[in-house]
Write a protein that binds this ligand. Structure first.
Ligand code: NOJ
Length: 549
């Protein structure tokens, strides 16, 4: 990018992840759908009533799917699952979203398809099927042993025996999700047709699923043993993922999408990616624009984790790349409960909102986090996700973070008119958008105010940053700085106490300023008060935002 060219839109955008099953049902079948999401665009962007004010939507998969992995098992990449609507509904949704000034990115599942996809149905028919080598087939070793010891991410072996032609096929996740063979040029060309299909329909980019698994060693060597608590962690995943070919595929995709204006590519890279998620930015301009960094998401509520993000992880991103900030998504327990312990969940969620919307990078909100939706305790009989069921009750699983959006206090929280696919949280009559938006001290109002500030502050949405030393270890203090369009320098300071102790300290090298907000719920959110670096007082789990003089 030349010095004078405009920065790409996604650098200053805020994304909002919609889990289509749970956002808004429009036809009363208990499952969210595209027309439902369309009816809430005003809420996301800006409407006559309640409006959050985000810039882009990441839509989790809406493709036809047997839903073994709730859409991440795609059986047709160029259509819409009837549960969510039709291609016509999708076109209308994109048109209207763009009309609201919202960009839309789709999920793209490259590593595997559903076992119901026509490609796999044909591939498994016989060894001589023209699509046999579209997937990863292998003979067993002698004495009926599997081709390798590889373990699947969702439990058990990565190999399943298929009696039809007497071979094993590889699946890095569920056995209903066979892995594609990305060494085959026909697979690439078919998937690139899919990419063009959606770009031609107007989507603004893709979130690329599970990119670590695209590169595997197809000579099938065993992974070395490792001490670990459960199957997947009991081996070093050096052969079943993270081979260089994944980068070659990303570069090919980058070249393809550069024929379209303003497209963003966002990668989901595992927390333990070799070289860190930064490796998927390539040289900074030839692979992905944004890569999720799950090391932050997997860290506890501790100032050191966020400090490490700012001092080590962000600087490792090559020039041209840009960080992401994400605390919750459809695979993890919601961060309000991950960070919160008894009694302080709300305070921590408020301080986390300040970090999310002021650290350098592109923030991603997960639907409902703005109202403080919690992980919902579900009975086994209520679970839907096979992965959640498999490890229940030993692991929290994913369904508790996928429950219907809490819009209002009406029956089923305004999400649907009939029985919802997953239960609505019991607290929805008190914890919902309608109520939170009417309360100027709510978490929702704090998100709203931070989103406004971020949009209008060059320092917050694209400024340089520096971590300020000299604070107690439990407190993180950093500064953002940028030149405004009028040529003035704008400086913001953020101070967050990630502990239950109250701290008082001073920072002699910092200028004084005006405090724009405190995340402490007892303080009125909109008041601006004089702030003095000679006596900084941070209550337990409190965050402050200061405009420096
Ligand atoms: C990551 C997705 O976020 C998750 O939901 C899915 O189960 C796996 N990839 C497999 O596609």
């Amino acid at each position: 990018m030349s010095e004078n060219s405009k920065p790409p839109w996604w650098k200053s955008a805020v994304f909002y992840q919609i889990y289509p099953w749970s956002f808004q049902d429009s036809n009363g079948d208990g499952i969210g759908d595209l027309n439902g999401i369309r009816s809430r665009l005003g809420y996301l962007r800006g409407g006559p009533n309640v409006a959050l004010g985000i810039d882009a939507i990441w839509l989790s998969p809406v493709y036809p799917s047997p839903m073994r992995d709730f859409g991440y098992d795609v059986s047709d990449y160029v259509n819409i699952d009837p549960r969510f609507g039709s291609l016509h509904d999708f076109d209308e949704f994109i048109k209207e979203a763009h009309g609201h000034g919202l960009r839309v990115i789709m999920d793209l599942v490259l590593n595997h398809t559903s076992d119901q996809h026509a490609w796999f149905v044909e591939s498994r028919r016989s060894r001589s099927s023209p699509r046999r080598d579209w997937y990863c087939w292998a003979d067993g070793k002698s004495f009926g042993r599997r081709p390798s010891n590889w373990n699947a991410r969702f439990g058990g072996s990565s190999w399943t025996w298929d009696p039809r032609a007497g071979q094993y096929y590889l699946h890095s996740f569920l056995k209903e999700q066979p892995d594609l063979n990305w060494q085959n040029p026909s697979v690439r060309s078919a998937m690139w047709d899919v990419v063009r299909f959606w770009l031609d329909r107007g989507v603004d980019g893709f979130r690329l699923d599970a990119i670590n698994w695209l590169g595997k060693d197809m000579r099938w060597p065993n992974n070395p043993f490792r001490f670990g608590l459960r199957g997947y962690t009991r081996q070093h995943h050096v052969h079943d993922r993270d081979q260089d070919i994944a980068h070659e595929i990303m570069r090919e995709l980058r070249t393809l999408v550069s024929a379209y204006p303003d497209v963003v590519l966002i990668g989901e890279a595992a927390a333990d990616t070799p070289g860190g998620p930064a490796s998927f930015y390539g040289r900074g301009d030839d692979e992905l624009d944004l890569v999720f960094d799950f090391r932050v998401m997997k860290s506890p509520w501790h100032a050191d984790s966020f400090r490490r993000f700012l001092t080590t992880q962000v600087p490792s991103i090559p020039r041209g790349g840009w960080p992401t900030i994400v605390f919750s998504n459809h695979d993890q327990p919601r961060h309000i409960d991950r960070y919160g312990t008894e009694g302080n969940a709300e305070a921590r969620a408020r301080a986390a909102a300040l970090l999310l919307l002021t650290m350098p990078g592109t923030p991603f909100l997960y639907y409902g986090e703005e109202v403080g939706m919690r992980n919902v305790t579900l009975r086994y009989s209520e679970l839907r996700d096979p992965y959640t069921k498999r490890f229940w009750p030993f692991r929290p699983g994913r369904d508790p973070a996928r429950t219907p959006m809490q819009w209002d206090a009406s029956a089923h929280a305004g999400f649907t008119t009939s029985r919802p696919w997953l239960p609505v949280a019991a607290d929805s009559s008190s914890l919902n958008v309608a109520r939170a938006a009417a309360d100027p001290c709510s978490l929702w109002s704090l998100y709203r105010r931070l989103l406004d500030l971020r949009r209008t502050s060059p320092a917050l949405n694209r400024g340089a940053y520096r971590v300020i030393g000299g604070s107690p270890r439990d407190c993180l203090v950093y500064e953002r700085e940028a030149r405004t369009e009028q040529g003035a320098i704008e400086k913001m300071l953020i101070a967050v106490n990630c502990s239950q102790r109250r701290y008082e300290f001073n920072l002699p090298e910092v200028a004084d300023g005006m405090q724009l907000l405190s995340t402490n719920s007892t303080a009125p959110i909109a008041s601006e008060v004089k702030w003095d670096p000679a006596r900084i007082v941070l209550d337990a789990d409190e965050g402050q935002l200061i405009r420096l003089s």
